[in-house]
Ligand binder design. Sequence first.
Ligand code: NAG
Ligand code: NAG
Ligand code: NAG
Ligand code: NAG
Ligand code: NAG
Length: 682
Amino acid sequence: MDPSHQMRTLKWWMLVYLFVATQSITTHSSMVPGTLQLQLDEEQPAGTVVGDISAGLPPDMIAAHYFISDHQGTGITTDLDIDESTGIIKTAKVLDREVRNHYSFIAVTITGITIEVSILVNDINDHGPTFPKERAMFRIPEQTTIGTRFPLEPAVDADEGQLTTQGYIITDGNIGQAFLLDTKRGSNKVLYLDLVVNAVLDRETRSSYTLLLEAFDGGSPKRTGQMILDVIVQDINDNAPVFNQSRYHTMISENLQPGNNILQVFATDADEGDNGLVLYDINRRQSDPDHYFVIDSRTGVITLNKPLDFEMRRVHELVVQAQDNASQPEVTNAFVTIQVRDYNDNQPTMTIIFLSEDGSPQISEGAQPGQYVARISVTDPDYGEYANVNVSLEGGDGKFALTTKDSIIYLICIEQILDREEKDHYELRVMATDSGTPPLRAESSFTIQVTDVNDNPPLFDQQEYNQVIPEVAFPGSFVVQVTARDKDQGHNGDVHYSILQKEHSHSDWFSIDAVTGIITTLTQLDYEIDPAPSITVVVSDRGRPPLSSTAVVNVILQDINDNEPVFGSKFYNASIQENSAAGMCFMQMGAGMTLKSIWEFDDAQPAEIPANSTSKHHSTPLDELLFSLHQKSLSAGFPPPPFSESKLLSLSDLTSQLIKRVSVQPQHRKASQRDLSSLDTL
Ligand SMILES: *[C@@H]1O[C@H](CO)[C@@H](O)[C@H](O)[C@H]1NC(C)=O
Ligand SMILES: *[C@@H]1O[C@H](CO)[C@@H](O)[C@H](O)[C@H]1NC(C)=O
Ligand SMILES: *[C@@H]1O[C@H](CO)[C@@H](O)[C@H](O)[C@H]1NC(C)=O
Ligand SMILES: *[C@@H]1O[C@H](CO)[C@@H](O)[C@H](O)[C@H]1NC(C)=O
Ligand SMILES: CC(=O)N[C@H]1CO[C@H](CO)[C@@H](O)[C@@H]1O
């Protein structure tokens, strides 16, 4: 203890003594004698007058000096400024109740009066509640049960009593009254704070709240403290993926190549992170077990995986599922209908039925225009029975045409009359073209045979045959061969020959080979009966009915000297005038019907003997005739009779001895050029 302090302590004790002594003498106030109670609000500026110690003196007493007891650590000397002569107490600095809320000391006057001074520092609301952080973040899972509490760090207020924190409110951001605050005063007077969930939190509706919390105290005016509380609503997998369409539909062409994208499905999941990550898949148990399609699990793009076949399957139904990637995933299904559009990959097929008796491709040449030849039915698997198929006909030289009523059944019919003999078969081609792009076609080629009808008679090569044969042909001798042709076919063209038997003809002398047409003699011919028999040959085919035609065969018989000429008279005597005119008849001779002879005169001076005459005319001057008559020249074919060499013969010399020997010599050129038939009489 320093000496001055010892001194002051001594003085204080002296004052105490004086004070006690004084008090025992004087009583002057209702207050506790010798005490002075002062108070002032904290936070006053330095120099603020707190009070006057003299106010604690008994009445009418004054003091000129005060001794102040001054204990260390009481803050008297540091915080207060006490004028020891006047007793005025001022603050030496701004007092803070929260540092020191009470001062007391004893002042002693010279006269020994002791005044116990007590100064109370009044609290003023100089502190507001203060949160430990200005901003804090807090995570609450969505769907948290209502009423669940989450303790928050409380605000502290240095003031006391009423001036400490009295409550909290949410001043902003409490959308939908999602939260409440609840408080509880702790034993340490701190007002603890809980955040209470007051509504169903749905992250998908609102994923965060920015709450402005305010703490207030009981001051007047009250002080407040604020903080921002960011409440993050944590996701839980409470949402399933949702497709934007419940059904998807598309149509693709049958010839789409694998690898092409077909369609995209799209699903969203309101959750976040893996809970909201949508992965797509095709439910293979329910659809597309053959993996015609694949789906991209992230994008939902469906791609063709294998070539399609419209004819096998026209519609593919896929069950596509969207699943989130949560640990407890939610799954949603959607249906995808993929229609396959036919691509023209099937040829039309044609069925051709020929309407002939035996079903073969043939038609009679007698068929009339309009008559049906064949029936064609066309189908196209790409389009079904009612295929839009264009059928056309080629070939046939315009003889055939195609008709249809319903574009399903087509008929080939005759357009123009046929003639087998002109053309006996036609190449036809039927083409069916469907309406695809590119069009596919079916083609059928066939040959229609034109069958024969017996529309052509057999015809002889010649209308008339002339043949010379010797009269003495033996039966069975060849005469002539006739030939006939028939343009028809088969029986219709199969010819056979016969001889038409006519009365007064000598056709029975001959026979004909039915097949070869060779005519032979059947019997002995007789020139004398008919030197030129004429026969009619008939040729017929074997058609039904048969057709036939005829020709004439003229047979000329060559007479041979099988009959001696016989004159009607043994001796002819005629006289003729010299220089008679040529042509004058001077003698008539007769040699019978069978006489065929030639009158030949030597020296190339023939007498003109009319063929059919029974008269002998002279044609040359008689002198010459007589002169030229020569027995030699009248012999024909036989060795001349041994006539005398006399040159001059009277006509009468030519008597029967001579005439008897006259005959035709076939090799004699001059005689053969004569018309023999006209020399039947002389
Ligand atoms: C659904 O999503 C798909 C893929 O994104 C899209 O093509 C389609 O138009 C959407 N449908 C609707 C109805 O929005
Ligand atoms: C899905 O979740 C699993 C496990 O959480 C993870 O390994 C995987 O990567 C996720 N898938 C995707 C596509 O993110
Ligand atoms: C059918 O085919 C023919 C020949 O190719 C053509 O001229 C005709 O226009 C086609 N008809 C139709 C209906 O396509
Ligand atoms: C003989 O025939 C010729 C011509 O052929 C004829 O002019 C004449 O009258 C006929 N004579 C006799 C007698 O028949
Ligand atoms: C032989 C013969 O009787 N000759 C007679 C022919 O005719 C003439 C007159 O007509 C007679 O004088 C011939 O005697």
